[in-house]
Design a protein around this ligand. Structure first.
Ligand code: TYD
Ligand code: MG
Length: 457
């Protein structure tokens, strides 16, 4: 029997230590280091003669590498195809992370039963066969070639896989499976690392794509070691607010495509539905104009999206005015308020301010600044902004409106959705760049206070 070796591993970041300590030196977390029993994986020094004998892989000139046309397997889900970079790459290992209850199992089961002509093995360590069947019935689709396995020991899993020869393997979740070569409990760093490596080897050797579901920790990292993200080919993150219906599937890492891609879903009673035209849904349909509402022409990844921003400004009744932002960075809101106070002359410092991004989305695109400034000014003055106006610009500390990227795409999207005017930075069209001829009127501004006049506030 191999000599038993123990190590102390940080459950947060995967760093290992020779002896226990209270704080991890790498991620600086307290009380995350746990003793784990591992078997000595290698025999120590590399035996060069062994390697020479094998000699399969040899250096090849980069230009001589044979590239066939890369085949991509269609998932039957256009959003998932998009975030994977055009479909599933054979032999790829995809990790999908997300908070509990966000819909990871639902999405993967949905894909499993949509792909009718493929044989799919769905391994679940979290739910019983009955539960999965009920969920599949709820999703209202059936695939005769979809197999369910509620086994968590990897050697048994691979045994079944050998018999079944599936086209796609889904493991829900990597934290529940365990390998018999390692003695520590499922979900520990050593187990997660070993099981992932086993699935990686399996994927590469058989050219079968494998999807792993990964839990995330309270601060949003994929639980287990960061190493996990290094081993896999693609990391997808499923996010959104559980109380809202919209979900975003984001690519964090992709060896086979862009990481700027993003998919949008809506959670319904019968599973996740693809949102084909995000802008139309993220803007409330109403006839009359309301104070404190402005539309931002933002980009989420590579997709232009028009999103509604709502602001409420009211007199503060307590000593310190309240500032609260949903879906937007609260510090950035404070900065914008300071800019409006100082550069536009609004006496907003004594007011309670509430800001909300519609649809439960979190927006990080700086181009949303201008619409937030407009919504705040509209709420402050209690004058509505025309709902046919859109905004795209970053606001700087001196009140200047800065240029944003992909302005043409934003303008096009606003025009497509029937907007009359879009406010963008003057600097987007400096240096002789021509203003495109559009039906939509493009209003160039350089300072935030110009909005007051432009919007009759
Ligand atoms: P689930 O896929 O179990 O989440 P995860 O695997 O990420 O933990 O998502 C479950 C949630 O989705 C649950 O709160 C119920 C909801 N849901 C629907 O609203 N409609 C559906 O058709 C399904 C299957 C689930
Ligand atoms: Mg689940």
């Amino acid at each position: 029997m191999a000599k038993i070796k123990t190590t102390f591993a940080c459950q947060q970041c995967g760093s290992t230590y020779a002896k226990w300590q209270g704080k991890c030196n790498t991620c600086l977390e307290w009380n995350t280091i746990v003793e784990e029993v591992i078997e000595k994986p290698t025999k120590g020094e590399i035996d060069w003669r062994e390697i020479e004998k094998q000699g399969q892989a040899k250096p090849t000139r980069l230009k001589d590498v044979q590239v066939g046309k890369t085949y991509r397997m269609d998932t039957g889900d256009s959003e998932l195809n998009r975030v994977l970079g055009g479909g599933i790459t054979p032999g790829s290992l995809v990790l999908m992370g997300g908070e509990p209850g966000i819909g990871k199992s639902t999405l993967l089961l949905q894909v499993a039963i949509q792909l009718k002509e493929r044989k799919i093995l769905y391994i679940s360590g979290e739910e019983s066969e009955k539960q999965i069947q009920q969920r599949a019935l709820r999703l209202g689709n059936t695939n005769d070639e979809c197999y369910i396995l509620t086994e968590t020991a990897t050697h048994k899993i691979f045994h079944f896989i050998r018999d079944l020869q599936p086209d796609i393997v889904i493991v829900d979740s990597i934290q529940t499976v365990h390998s018999k070569t390692i003695d520590s409990t499922p979900g520990s760093v050593a187990q997660i690392r070993e099981c992932t490596a086993e699935f990686q080897r399996f994927a590469k050797e058989t050219n079968t794509p494998v999807f792993l579901v990964g839990h995330i920790t309270k601060d949003g990292q994929i639980a287990g070691p960061k190493i996990l993200e290094h081993i896999v080919d693609t990391v997808l993150q499923f996010e959104g607010d559980r109380n809202h219906i919209y979900r975003i599937l984001r690519t964090i890492k992709n060896r086979f495509g862009s990481t700027a891609e993003l998919g949008l879903y809506e959670m319904q009673g019968h599973g996740l539905r693809i949102v084909e035209n995000p802008s139309e849904i993220l803007i409330t349909q109403k006839d009359d104009n309301l104070g404190g509402v402005a539309i931002a022409a933002t980009m989420e990844g590579l997709r232009p999206m028009l999103i509604e921003v709502q602001a409420l400004v009211s007199t503060a009744f307590y000593g310190t005015p309240q500032r609260s932002a949903t879906g937007f960075d609260a510090r950035r809101l404070n900065m914008l308020l300071a800019v409006l106070e100082k550069r536009v002359g609004l006496n907003i410092g004594t007011k309670d301010v509430f800001l909300n991004i519609a649809g439960g989305l979190k927006v990080e695109d700086p181009a949303i600044d201008l619409s937030i400034a407009a919504a705040l000014m509209s709420a402050y003055n209690d004058v509505a902004i025309d709902m046919k106006f859109a905004f795209a610009g970053e606001v700087g500390l001196s009140g200047e409106v800065r240029a944003v990227n992909r302005v043409d795409q934003r303008i096009q999207e606003a025009e497509k959705l029937g907007f009359d005017k879009i406010f963008v930075s003057k600097y987007n069209f400096s240096k002789g760049k021509k203003i495109p001829q559009q039906k939509i009127e493009i209003v160039l501004i350089s300072k935030v206070y110009e909005l007051l006049k432009q919007l009759n506030l």
